[in-house]
Design a protein around this ligand. Structure first.
Ligand SMILES: [Mg+2]
Length: 309
């Protein structure tokens, strides 16, 4: 049974914090909103993760972000001061390519997404149709009259695509008319955290929903809170759920994944979820809302630093 204590770690004594640190061997951490926001690192977070690594804990970066490949993530993490290895990076673009590779997929992919996805497909020698802007150049009815599907497309991957367009929706839904064509979504996050509070930045989930409705089909979702990402970690590292810590800033992806897998969970308030929301879910009589409540929380992961020094 999940504890759902919602304990503020800064209220614990040094002895209790030490007990908490000793209670896990593996850390799965989200990135955006936890370690950094865009290219801005959150103060103290590299020191906290590097300290846990020095204690011998295994660290994995589990991110729903599909716009980067593993090498991009590795470079970013290192530049911002995190000691990291490529095999620790569990990003949805990588895992999506890996999923197709595991199935010996040998057709082409129609990708709604960016180079983050296509460069991971390159790594496993999977072919895809060109990405980038694809907009209506003439009349829609005329376009549909002349519309032809590319042969040999066996999967549609949907991730974050800043060039999403009606033409792309039409193509994806048309390929998905074939029930043998796989429909894979990297993730379904509704929004990205943003530094400018007057902007709302819709995420891949908004795009996936468009395709889902038009195609009359549900995708296989690779990212959190679906557990494929945790299974991928478990393939390279033995996991004891109670001795594993999931850190995240978003309860309906990060914390829910932790709850589903039986991990301990730590919410940081430096990203998407607000404490008032969590307090409401804690009091709720609905299990699906209780499942969003973490064991622990902190304003920022860097706040752990004075507690462990
Ligand atoms: Mg996040």
């Amino acid at each position: 049974m999940h504890k759902r204590n919602l304990t503020d770690l800064t209220n614990l004594s040094k002895t209790e914090v030490k007990k908490f640190i000793d209670s896990f061997d593996v850390v799965l951490t989200d990135c955006d909103g936890v370690l950094w926001l865009d290219n801005q690192v959150y103060e103290g977070t590299p020191q906290v993760l590097n300290y846990l690594r020095d204690l011998g804990k295994k660290i994995f970066y589990v991110t729903n972000n599909s716009t980067k490949n593993r090498n991009d993530f590795l470079r970013k993490a290192e530049k911002l001061g995190f000691v990291s290895k490529k095999e620790e990076i569990m990003s949805t673009a990588y895992l999506t390519a890996n999923y197709l590779k595991e199935r010996n997929f040998n057709k082409k992919v129609y990708v709604i997404g960016s180079k983050g996805i296509t460069s991971e497909l390159d790594e496993v020698n999977i072919k895809y149709l060109p990405i980038g802007p694809d907009v209506m150049k003439y009349d829609l009815l005329e376009y549909i009259d002349n519309f032809k599907l590319e042969p040999d497309v066996g999967a549609v991957i949907v991730g974050f695509d800043e060039h999403i367009s009606y033409i792309k929706m039409l193509k994806a839904a048309s390929y998905l008319k074939d029930p043998d064509c796989l429909f894979i979504a990297t993730n379904t996050d509704e929004r990205f955290p943003v530094s400018n509070s007057s902007a709302v930045k819709p995420g891949s989930g908004a795009i996936v929903k468009c395709i889902e409705i038009g195609a009359h089909r549900k995708p296989l979702v690779i990212g959190k809170p679906e557990t494929y990402i945790a299974q991928a970690v478990e393939k390279i590292c033995k996991i004891e759920p109670q001795r594993t810590l999931m850190i995240g800033d978003r309860c309906n992806t990060d914390i829910l994944l932790g709850t589903r897998c039986g991990y301990q969970t730590l919410l940081v308030l430096s990203g998407v979820t607000k404490i008032e929301e969590v307090q409401k879910w804690k009091e709720s009589s609905k299990k699906e809302e209780n499942d969003l409540v973490p064991d622990f929380y902190l304003n920022s992961l860097g706040d752990l630093l004075p507690l462990i020094n």
